[in-house]
Design a protein. Structure first.
Length: 728
């Protein structure tokens, strides 16, 4: 098979024979993913694209790799760009396969040839009247110079339309003189896209506009890597020098330009990406003055009376701690409720909402969570409709912006945010920007879970500022199936585990790391036998792993689990997308939010149909997946949003619970083994928890703190803002 992409990094090279292990980035036409390539490779041009011929193999030590048999450097002849152009949305029914045939037959001057003689299309093999009409209508619709020029240099039509809308008649001049300004002026178009275009069209690698854009991209990447909201200025300068060492570059000039164009902010000895600086400043000011308007004051006896009515309705007798938490809801404008699993957080929230119906009948109450699965679970447990934060704010994937903001705010009086440990600083900033009329904010989360994937530690910062009322729930109420798992989670949190308890709910199958994969397969097979159908089993049995790469990594385990439980069959449809083979019946994971399809990052579904390009009226391969009744269609444009879900990361599992969790543990996971990660994984199980692997890895993990605490100044900013307003 063939893969196309750019060389990124050399891992190993034998100078004697040229045997190389390297990382390549696949072209955006596939998955925009990195793959490990092994084989005999000569000198590589780091900025060139290559066609790699070979096959994916499973290395027993390192996992999935692409073993090359031959490779060729791709010439910058723009053939790829023309193929992308003719497979774009305005050419209905012309997919990538036929577009390649079209360009190969008519050559690089294809557009000029068609304009001069429409009938030249009849020379293309497999041409039909329908295809010919689609091509001619598409060219009639969009034949201006900008579209042809940009699409032939790897700018997608979606981005071209954004650019045309922004710059109109000045588009070509801007793209030919300083395309890097687009990154800061147009939402949703990043450095990689513009840099590829610029280098393809002759811009020098040491162009100051490129180095400025590169500096912004590097700052954001380094912060994202560790979850920091800023870098020490000296460290950023060191990283700039390290990455720009091959160019003659003045780092001081780059930083000054970042400040001038408001791409970064320098404060004392720290440098922030502007998005994180703005987020911190806004959150601190908003919360220091919150709320601008108060709810009507209600007498304590009226609240207590309403709580008594709700207790009878729900047939629950709350203890003093729970009653105090519910009362605190009415006593505080901003309340944080934190606690581990089984401590009654959701039970308390349900009572708060029901009591609100009596106390504040005319006010708007909204429940939100960071992920679709978390929102669905919140709905099921409280009986009230909950949304994702992205849904509430009307996320527009085309523009990369939220429709709801300070200019078009939400009409909400009381907001309850669950699973708040997953909320990053920038998302919280956008939520608050759209909540100008908010009068009461309730934050619920487990402070001991993993922090958000993106930058910041918002829940931790809010609690440690000691500004807001915090209810810490410690007592475990769940005395039923799954309670042993909850007690284990508590002991992990408190570092009080001397041995792993094994009973009906918790099992540990100890083995060497070389045996983890095979034993995991056996355990999954046994677990699936508890369910009537394979699909039901897949949705209730979840393997989690801390790391993507390696023999016991997520990618390799997914391949092994698919091969075991949904193997190749002649009568079963499948589609190759990069190194992944999607097959009918596969359990799949959504990787990005798709609000238009009501499917979100972390949602799990089953592939119900695969339609091949030869059968499709638009000539495109399609994958159809069922996400618990929501049918979602994937094509060439969004295959990258889909992955297998037999095994998934602990981060992706946050906000969800599963009857059976299987957690491989290996010392190869190295620095990923941390207490928060193991604690989070354990708390995903509510009936059965099965460890498989090395006990040494488990105990190393539960005493393993984060390698470095995330850098954030939100806590201090909050304290400073509150002190400032108190002194006025």
């Amino acid at each position: 098979m063939e893969e196309k992409g750019r060389f990124l990094k050399e891992i190993f090279r034998n100078p004697q024979n040229g045997y190389t292990v390297a990382i390549f980035e696949l072209d955006e036409s596939k998955l925009q993913e990195e793959i490990i390539v092994v084989g005999y490779i000569g000198e590589i041009d780091k900025n060139a694209r290559y066609s790699l011929q070979g096959e994916y193999v499973e290395n027993p030590r390192y996992g999935i790799q692409f073993k090359i048999e031959s490779y060729t450097r791709l010439l910058a002849d723009n053939k790829e760009g023309l193929i992308k152009y003719f497979s774009g949305v305005q050419f209905k029914g012309i997919g990538p396969v036929f577009a390649e045939k079209l360009v190969s037959c008519l050559g690089l001057s294809i557009i000029e040839k068609i304009k001069n003689d429409n009938d030249i299309l009849d020379e293309v093999p497999s041409m039909t009247e329908r295809r010919k009409k689609a091509i001619l209508e598409g060219l009639k619709e969009e034949t201006d110079e900008a579209v042809i020029f940009l699409s032939s240099h790897h700018i997608s039509l979606k981005n071209i339309f954004k650019l045309k809308h922004k710059y109109e008649k000045d588009l070509l001049e801007i793209m030919k003189t300083n395309p890097y300004r687009v990154i800061r002026e147009v939402d949703g178009i990043g450095f990689a896209t513009i840099d590829r275009f610029a280098l393809d069209t002759g811009f020098e690698k040491d162009d100051i506009n490129r180095l400025t854009a590169y500096g912004e991209n590097l700052l954001m990447s380094l912060c994202m890597k560790n979850g920091d909201t800023y870098l020490e200025l000296d460290e950023f300068v060191r990283q700039l020098n390290k990455h720009l060492g091959e160019y003659v570059a003045d780092t001081g000039e780059i930083i000054e330009r970042l400040r001038m164009y408001r791409l970064a902010y320098v404060e004392e000895d720290r440098i922030y990406h502007i998005s994180q600086y703005d987020a911190e400043v806004y959150i601190a000011k908003y919360l220091a003055l919150f709320p601008q308007q108060h709810l009507i004051e209600i007498a304590a006896n009226a609240v207590q009376k309403a709580i008594s009515i709700v207790q009878k309705q729900l047939a629950i007798d709350y203890d003093q701690v729970q009653l105090q938490a519910i009362m605190s809801f009415f006593e505080n404008d901003l309340l944080i409720i934190t606690g581990g699993p089984g401590t009654g957080k959701t039970t308390i929230v349900k009572a708060m909402i029901k009591t609100c119906d009596y106390i504040y009948p005319g006010y708007n109450v909204s429940l939100v969570a960071p992920t679709g699965r978390a929102a669905k679970r919140l709905t099921e447990l409280t009986g009230c409709d909950a949304k994702t934060i992205h849904s509430l704010l009307l996320w527009d994937k085309e523009s990369g912006r939220f429709a709801k903001d300070e200019n078009d705010p939400l009409n909400i009086d009381i907001l309850i945010v669950d699973e708040f440990s997953m909320v990053d600083q920038y998302l919280f900033y956008n939520l608050l920007k759209a909540s100008g009329s908010l009068k009461k904010l309730i934050i619920i989360g487990d402070a001991d879970q993993l922090p958000s994937v993106a930058m910041g530690t918002v829940l931790k910062d809010l609690i440690e500022s000691e500004i807001f009322s915090v209810i810490k729930l410690d007592r475990i109420y769940r005395q039923k199936e799954g309670s042993d798992i909850i007690y284990l989670a508590r002991d992990i949190k408190n570092e009080e585990v001397s041995d792993i308890p094994t009973n009906n709910e918790i099992r540990f199958f100890e083995c060497e790391k070389t045996d983890i994969k095979d034993i995991t397969l056996q355990i999954v097979e046994h677990a699936l036998n508890k369910y009537e159908t394979l699909e039901e089993g897949f949705m209730n049995v979840q393997v989690l792993a801390p790391k993507h790469k390696g023999v016991n990594g997520i990618e390799n385990l997914n391949v092994a689990l698919q091969k075991k439980f949904n193997p190749f069959a002649k009568d079963k449809r499948q589609l190759q997308v990069g190194y992944r083979t999607f097959r009918l019946g596969d359990k799949v994971l959504q990787l990005k939010n798709q609000p238009d399809d009501d499917v979100y990052n972390g949602d799990i579904g089953i592939i119900t149909d695969i339609i091949f390009a030869s059968e499709d009226h638009n000539g495109q391969n399609r994958i159809i997946a069922d996400f618990e009744g929501r049918i979602v269609e994937y094509t060439y444009d969004n295959f990258a949003n889909l992955s297998h879900a037999y095994c998934m990361s602990v981060h992706k599992s946050q906000g969800s619970e599963y009857p059976i969790i299987i957690l491989p543990l290996s010392l190869e996971y190295s620095i990923m083994l941390q207490k928060r990660l193991i604690y989070t994984a354990v708390t995903r199980a509510y009936k059965s928890l099965i460890f498989v692997g090395q006990k040494e890895a488990f105990f190393k993990g539960i005493v393993g703190k984060e390698m470095s605490l995330r850098k954030t100044t939100l806590k201090q900013r909050l304290i400073d803002e509150v002190n400032f307003y108190e002194q006025i």
